[in-house]
Design a protein around this ligand. Structure first.
Ligand code: 0L1
Ligand code: MG
Length: 264
C-alpha cells in the first residue's frame, strides 16, 4: 500500500505530532482532518518525526512494539500491532520519581525488552530465530502517553503519533535468552501497594519474541530492519494502567526482580 498524502502534508503532520509530544498538548485524531490518510502515510509521518529529532541531536535508543496483545487489538478493533521509536530523553531510571508534567495522561504497562546481537531482516522470522539473535532479555516498564484527546484514536493515528511512546524504565536484572520460557513468564503489577494487573508473556502475540519478529516484518515493508544491538520493547504483558500525580508502580517479574517508578 502506497502513500495517499504528499510529502509536504506528511512533513506538516509530523511537526504537528511532535509539537504535541514536546509541549504535552492533546490533539484530535489525525484521520478526522486527513480522512484519506492510510497506514503507509502514518509510517511516513513517524519516520519524518524521527529524522527531525535526529537532525536536532536526539538519539534513538530503541524501538517499541505496541498493541501486541489480542485483548488490546480486539478492544481497538484492529488486527495488527504498531511500532514506534524510543528517544534518549524517554528513559527514566528504575526507582525514579518521574515528573508528571512530562506527560499528558500517562499509562504504565509491564513489558519485557529484548536486546539483539544479530541483524533481523525480512519477513517470516521465527521465534527460534529471534531467540538465536538475542543477547539478553530485561524487564521494563513502558509509560505510554497517547497525544489524542480522551484516547480517541485509530491505528493510523496511533502509528503517526509514534505509537504513544514517551517513557520507559529498564529493570536491573537481565536474563539470558534461554533462562526461561518467555511465554509463561509471570508478571504482577501493583499500583500504590495494591494489585492492579497480572499477566504472562504469552499475552504478547503468544510469545514476546514473536513481537520482535513482527517488528522486523513491518520494517521490511519500508526496506528497514532491526540492526544488531537494538533494544526492543515487545509490548504490554499487562493492560496499561492510568497514572495520576503521586502514584507509584511496582512490577514483580518472575525470577527477574522488581521494576518501580513513581510520579511526582
Ligand atoms: O504500547 C502500546 O501498546 C500502546 C500503543 C498505542 C495505543 C495506546 O496509546 O494505548
Ligand atoms: Mg507498550
Amino acid at each position: 500500500m502506497g502513500c495517499n498524502l504528499d510529502q509536504g502534508t506528511i512533513e506538516k503532520i509530523a511537526e504537528h505530532c511532535e509539537n504535541a509530544e514536546l509541549n504535552c498538548q492533546e490533539i484530535i485524531k489525525l484521520t478526522d482532518d486527513y480522512p484519506d490518510m492510510n497506514f503507509a502515510d502514518a509510517t511516513a509521518v513517524q519516520w519524518q518525526m524521527r529524522r527531525n529529532k535526529e537532525a536536532r541531536g536526539t538519539r534513538i535508543v530503541g524501538m517499541k512494539m505496541g498493541l501486541t496483545s489480542w485483548a488490546k487489538m480486539n478492544q481497538m478493533g484492529v488486527t495488527q500491532p504498531c511500532y514506534g521509536f524510543l528517544c534518549d530523553y524517554f528513559s527514566y531510571a528504575d526507582g525514579a520519581t518521574v515528573p508528571f508534567s512530562d506527560f499528558i495522561h500517562p499509562k504504565v504497562e509491564a513489558e519485557v525488552a529484548f536486546v539483539t546481537n544479530k541483524d533481523l531482516k525480512g519477513r517470516g522470522i521465527s521465534v527460534d530465530e529471534v531467540m538465536a539473535a538475542t543477547e539478553f532479555v530485561v524487564p521494563a516498564l513502558e509509560i505510554i502517553d497517547s497525544r489524542y484527546k480522551d484516547f480517541k484514536f485509530d491505528l493510523t493515528s496511533v502509528m503517526a503519533d509514534n505509537s504513544s511512546s514517551r517513557g520507559f524504565v529498564i529493570g536491573s536484572k537481565a536474563a539470558a535468552p534461554d533462562a526461561c520460557d518467555w511465554s509463561t513468564l509471570g508478571v504482577v503489577m501493583e499500583k500504590n501497594g495494591k494489585l492492579v494487573e497480572l499477566g504472562a508473556g504469552a499475552a504478547v502475540l503468544d510469545h514476546p519474541a514473536a513481537s520482535v519478529a513482527m517488528l522486523a516484518e513491518m520494517l521490511a515493508d519500508i526496506d528497514e530492519f532491526i540492526p544488531a544491538g537494538t533494544f526492543v520493547m515487545t509490548g504490554g504483558i499487562t493492560a496499561a494502567v492510568l497514572a495520576e500525580p503521586g502514584d507509584s508502580f511496582s512490577v514483580r517479574y518472575q525470577n527477574m526482580g522488581n521494576v518501580t517508578l513513581s510520579f511526582s
